[in-house]
Design a binder for this molecule. Structure first.
Ligand code: C2E
Ligand code: CA
Ligand code: CA
Ligand code: CA
Length: 281
């Protein structure tokens, strides 16, 4: 069970020392797990649903416990964020993922190489040196800035924060793009969207879930697709699990989708997934 695994990891972190790092015991367990090399980055393909071709991949962090269990981010990110340890964990994820993405090559005959997306949390975006972490990850791995996208969840950060504004400014100066994650949930408003300056919108799974049902979210997703087109934003539908959802997206002009139907997160980027590729949506 993952819960017992993470509690075991936390207990191990506590028993090793009673001196708490800035954020307290829970952040300390994550930090010690990081120092013991227990974290992994998995990659989930983002595809063009019309062709099944992989156009990007999202980096998703996991904690591999000594017992061999894989702990999902929902079990340790709250602790990591509260304690500030997410700044170190996030820097490690960024470096690891950029290093992997630098080895990705073109898929088939297309010459476009998939770009990488990495999640950036509120505490990271409000850390004054975050932009330099991004700069250093690109410099150390040789990944071109154009192949990196940072995913932001607007409800997780303070849009008025000066450090955040400076980070976004510096990151964009480098040539790195940004995406608004979980779009449609939280405090989304057109004003926030306009001021956010993002290049990509990711439609939250809760909307994708119902696009093919009777009482559906379809009109909302259509509106987001149209708005994306009007504003020149790329729109990615998240959490696509069924062939019917994929077909609906193709029929309505969505050219980027992510979800179990096309591929699950895996330790290496897998391009050709059975459900999404072999017989098409
Ligand atoms: P997210 O950024 O919205 O990522 C998408 C989540 O949906 C991932 O969960 C992914 O595994 C899952 N998912 C993808 N396709 C499907 C599908 O078809 N069906 C279902 N049911 N789920 C699907 P995961 O990996 O557990 O990550 C949860 C959240 O943790 C992420 O949500 C993100 O907010 C955060 N996170 C993950 N990795 C990192 C990281 O390295 N840094 C930061 N700051 N946050 C991260
Ligand atoms: Ca994300
Ligand atoms: Ca999301
Ligand atoms: Ca989410």
């Amino acid at each position: 069970r993952t819960e017992s695994a993470v509690y075991a990891a936390k207990r191990a972190g506590r028993s090793r020392t009673h001196v708490h790092a800035g954020g307290g015991p829970d952040g300390r367990a994550v930090l010690e797990g990081l120092q013991r090399g227990e974290f992994e980055v998995h990659y989930q393909p983002i595809v063009d649903p019309r062709t099944g071709r992989t156009t990007a991949a999202e980096a998703l962090v996991r904690w591999r416990t000594p017992e061999g269990g894989l702990v999902p981010p929902s079990d340790f990110l709250p602790d990591a964020e509260r304690s500030g340890v997410i700044v170190q964990l996030g820097a490690w994820v960024l470096r690891t993922a950029c290093s992997a993405a630098a080895t990705w090559t073109a898929d088939g005959s297309e010459d476009a190489v998939p770009y990488l997306t990495v999640n950036a949390s509120g505490p990271e975006l409000q850390d004054p040196t975050y932009w330099r972490t991004v700069h250093d990850a690109l410099a150390a791995t040789g990944l071109p800035a154009e192949r990196l996208v940072l995913e932001l969840v607007e409800s997780h950060y303070d849009i008025e924060s000066l450090h955040l504004a400076n980070n976004l400014h510096q990151i964009r100066q480098l040539g790195v793009r940004t995406a608004l994650d979980d779009f449609g949930t939280g405090y989304s408003s057109l004003d926030r969207l306009r001021r956010s300056g993002v290049d990509i919108l990711k439609i939250d799974k809760s909307f994708t879930d119902d696009i093919t049902s009777e009482t559906s979210e379809a009109p909302l997703v259509l509106a987001i697709l149209a708005m994306g087109k009007a504003l020149g934003l790329r729109v990615v539908a998240e959490g696509v699990e069924t062939r019917a959802q994929a077909a609906w997206l193709v029929a309505h002009g969505c050219d980027a989708a992510q979800g179990w139907f096309f591929g699950r997160p895996a330790p290496h980027l897998e391009r050709a997934t059975a459900s999404g590729r072999s017989d098409g949506p």
